[in-house]
Design a protein around this ligand. Structure first.
Ligand code: BJ8
Length: 423
């Protein structure tokens, strides 16, 4: 990445030598994992460019927005409603949490045996490594899992943090509580941005984010074709970039890619041989730059055709009803859409099992890799429900847990290879 951004990074207070090492690492791993894949769609050039500029152009855009008086909100979870943030003139960015690079910084305060996603974002802040984090005016946390909830207490000592309360059961009382949480968040966000939420602005932004979700739905459904026109790794990358790119520009780029993939499907062009054993994943999110599992699977010659994940179907499946004619009604629709996400922090969570079965049938996957980040209690415990349900449906499943280190790469290859053999 060009040196033109060094002053910007210094101005954000980054630890420059550490930050240089992170970018060097990214530049080292990205080409062999991504650029060396054969026969990639040309429309991916935009997403390669975004990664090439990962800590440059988009960060500059955020800072330009701030210079004009705008605010930047950082998030770590799907339950934080993007349309409310953008309707108030803010920018919402999902912050990086997918590498063990910042682990040592995190472990100064946090225990070693904690979810790597939490250690990743916490270490980025503590070590002053991530320019996105430093560009945010407010981090919006949530009470999903215990690890994140407690980590936000420490984070609040280093950065402005607001925590939304996400209940853990779904019933009439908690639906009301969640709707109230939205109202409380709006008060906070209005205070920060100096803007007032109106029906018109919210509807415009509901449409903006629905358009993004529809584009991702179309792209991800094309992966189910045989042969699949785009690799799982590339689709994962697009799904990851959705969290921090400008929404309109991102949607236009995905739509271009969709058109190209549609032409590929019509011409029978694929990135894996027709009838190659197809797998899907379910479980915890793949925060950028966590590409390990997909890389292991696809290096074996097996396309990943779907993810039941927050970086995957949970992100783009549900749309907000755009029809309510007043602000209150539209906010009810926003609340409903978010509350219908099926994260393992909810109990019981039977709908998630239905989602996995449904996605497996639709995508034509021959088996499910049920993936959990190490020490993620909700998903680790829920893995048994996933296994039981899939066995009942006659769908082969392999449960794995892993962290961001590469130490288990070979072991994962062996286990997944044996699983595919058994299909
Ligand atoms: S809606 S999955 S983004 S909470 S992996 S930090 S749960 S210990 S990320 Fe998540 Fe929202 Fe749910 Fe999705 Fe905790 Fe588990 Fe770590 Fe997790």
């Amino acid at each position: 990445m060009s040196d033109e951004y060094r002053d910007m990074w210094a101005g954000l207070g980054l630890d420059l030598p550490k930050h240089d090492r992170l970018l060097a690492l990214l530049n080292e791993v990205y080409p062999p994992i991504y650029l060396e894949q054969p026969n990639r769609p040309e429309g991916l050039a935009y997403f390669d460019f975004v990664i090439g500029e990962i800590h440059g152009l988009r960060v500059k855009e955020l800072l330009d927005h701030k210079k004009k008086g705008g605010k930047v909100f950082g998030t770590f979870c799907l339950y934080v409603p993007d349309e409310i943030i953008t309707a108030l003139g803010g920018i919402s960015v999902g912050l990086c949490a997918g590498t063990d690079f910042s682990e040592a910084d995190a472990e100064v305060d946090l225990p070693r045996n904690l979810c790597p996603l939490i250690k990743s974002f916490y270490g980025f802040k503590r070590g002053r490594i991530c320019p996105y984090f430093e560009a945010t005016d407010l981090v919006v946390g949530e009470t999903t899992c215990d690890g994140k909830t407690k980590a936000y207490e420490f984070l609040g000592g280093m950065h402005p943090v607001y925590v939304m309360e996400v209940p853990h059961r779904k019933n009439d009382d908690t639906r009301k509580l969640w709707r109230t949480e939205l109202d409380k968040f709006i008060v906070e966000a209005q205070k920060l941005t100096g803007n007032r939420l109106t029906h018109e602005k919210l509807r415009e932004n509901v449409r903006l984010h629905n358009a993004k979700r529809r584009a991702l739905q179309r792209l991800n459904a094309l992966r189910w074709k045989n042969p699949t026109p785009i690799s799982g790794k590339d689709a994962l990358l697009v799904n990851q970039i959705a969290f921090y790119d400008d929404p309109s520009r991102f949607t236009a780029s995905v739509e271009k890619l969709v058109e190209e993939c549609e032409r590929r499907v019509a011409d029978g062009v694929g990135v894996f041989p027709k009838d190659a054993p197809r797998l899907m994943t379910s479980g915890t999110p793949f925060a950028i730059p966590n590409w390990k599992l997909h890389h292991v699977i696809e290096t074996g010659g097996w396309p990943v055709v779907a993810e039941e994940s927050c970086v995957g179907s949970r992100y783009f499946s549900g749309l907000v009803d755009e029809s309510p004619g007043d602000l209150n009604g539209l906010l009810d629709a926003v609340a409903r859409r978010y509350f219908d996400i099926h994260c393992a922090c909810f109990t019981p969570n039977a709908e998630r099992m239905d989602d996995i079965v449904d996605l497996c049938r639709k995508s034509g996957a021959r088996g499910v890799i049920n993936y959990t980040l190490s020490f993620c209690t909700p998903y680790l415990v829920e893995a048994r429900h996933v296994e039981n349900r899939l066995k009942k449906e006659g769908i082969p499943v392999l449960s794995l847990d892993s962290d961001y280190g590469m130490g288990d790469f070979g072991q994962l290859q062996t286990r997944i290879g044996a699983f595919v053999e058994s299909l």
